[in-house]
Each structure stands twice: as structure tokens, then as C-alpha cells.
Design a protein around this ligand. Structure first.
Ligand SMILES: Nc1ncnc2c1ncn2[C@@H]1O[C@H](COP(=O)(O)OP(=O)(O)O)[C@@H](O)[C@H]1O
Ligand SMILES: [Mg+2]
Length: 206
């Protein structure tokens, strides 16, 4: 299982190239920080890898990836439903019994430091708790590839640390995890780092 991109290049219309000649391989059990300033094309790269956007140049190869999941920048949940319900839902969809789904969900809540929120309504969670819950739900859906866009963008430093503390859990079980971020501490919590500005240089040269 692996994700490989070869010679990727993309620009919107007549705007300058965001990146060019971008080649990389992404492997299981690793978390990759995709970094670069705002507007450098991090979200665009995630969209291209997810297959939502066709690159102007190059190719994406998702080898052995059956399911891709995306965790967005702002946490969206169901206000009245409990935290446990949010994480149990993907397990129920996959065919587990209610009891098994709740046991599996509780175990994920524990590893995402959310056990204390299990019975609480989504609307009562703090920003950091809600973001961690979205990540736990993303993992519960059991994708082979998890794409995360700016998980700490809406959060202050102290709260962002709570996210960085659980980033190591995301790739557990052999998942490939890509995290777009411009936060240095989020980057440091990842196992690998791909700096998009490196490929912006290739874009400027030509
Ligand atoms: N669908 C689109 N059409 C035109 N321009 C876009 C589109 N999506 C993004 N852009 C532009 O491309 C650049 C890179 O955007 P983005 O990938 O969102 O960067 P980042 O996630 O690094 O902040 C920005 O200048 C943005 O305005
Ligand atoms: Mg973005």
C-alpha cells in the first residue's frame, strides 16, 4: 500500500504555478506534514490526491487504497448528539452491532484523550475537543488514507497542543496520513515533512 505522486504541477487558470515537478511517495504508519504559507497550494494538493481536482501535470497513484477520508479545518458535528455517537456512527455503518460499535468508539475516545466527553453533546465541546473528535471519527471510518486540512488553524497555542499530542495516533494500524499545516508544532508532531515551497521554486524557474 502506498500513495505516489509523480511530476505534479498545478495552476488555476492563468495564475502562476502553485507547484511543479512534485514527486513524492507516502507510506503506511507515517504522518506527513505538508507545509507552506497560506496560498501555497496545500489544500489543492490534498484535493488532487483525493481525486477531487485533476492536476495540470503529472499523476497520482493510490496503490491498495480502498477508502480515503478527509477531516476538514472546521469541526462540523451534530449539535445534540453525544461525542460517543459521533465516533460509533462509522462503526455502525460498517455493520457492527451497537454494543461493539460503542466499545470500539469508546476505545478511540480514550486514545484521543476524549473519554470525559463521551456522553456530552457535541455543542458543549471546546474547540480542541471538537477537533479531536473529528479526527477520531475520521479514524473510525477506517480509511487507508486520511487527509487532514489545517487541524489547528482555528485554535490557540495551548489548544493546538492537545491536537499535536494525538497526531501520533492517526496512522496507527498502517494508515497513511497527510496533514496540511502551517503550524510548526503540528509539523514537528508528524513523522515526515514535505515543504511545498521547494516545488514553488521549480514553478518560478520555468
Ligand atoms: N478552485 C479554485 N479556483 C481558483 N483559484 C483557487 C481555487 N482554489 C484555490 N485557489 C487559489 O490557489 C491558491 C492556493 O490555494 P490553496 O491550495 O487553498 O492553498 P493553501 O491551502 O496552502 O492555503 C490560492 O491563491 C487560492 O486562492
Ligand atoms: Mg488550505
Amino acid at each position: 500500500m502506498r500513495v505516489e505522486v509523480q511530476g505534479l504541477g498545478h495552476r488555476y487558470g492563468d495564475n502562476p504555478w502553485l507547484f511543479r515537478e512534485l514527486s513524492a511517495a507516502f507510506l503506511p504508519e507515517r504522518t506527513y506534514a505538508l507545509t507552506g504559507p497560506s496560498g501555497s497550494g496545500k489544500s489543492t494538493l490534498l484535493s488532487i490526491i483525493a481525486g477531487w481536482e485533476a492536476p495540470d501535470e503529472g499523476a497520482v497513484n493510490l496503490e491498495g487504497i480502498k477508502k480515503v477520508n478527509w477531516v476538514f479545518q472546521s469541526p462540523h458535528g451534530m449539535p445534540q448528539r453525544s461525542a460517543l455517537d459521533h465516533v460509533a456512527h462509522p462503526y455502525l455503518v460498517s455493520g457492527m452491532t451497537v454494543r461493539d460499535a460503542e466499545v470500539a468508539a469508546m476505545s478511540l475516545l480514550v486514545s484521543f484523550q476524549l473519554a470525559h466527553t463521551a456522553e456530552r453533546a457535541f455543542s458543549s465541546l471546546s474547540g480542541g475537543e471538537a477537533q479531536r473528535l473529528m479526527l477520531a471519527r475520521g479514524v473510525a471510518a477506517d480509511p487507508q488514507l486520511l487527509l487532514v486540512d489545517e487541524p489547528t488553524a482555528q485554535l490557540d497555542h495551548a489548544t493546538a497542543r492537545q491536537i499535536n499530542d494525538i497526531i501520533g495516533q492517526l496512522a496507527a494500524g498502517g494508515r497513511i496520513v497527510l496533514i496540511a499545516t502551517h503550524d510548526a508544532s503540528t509539523r514537528d508532531a508528524c513523522t515526515d515533512h514535505l515543504d511545498l515551497t521547494q516545488f514553488a521554486f521549480a514553478a518560478e524557474r520555468s
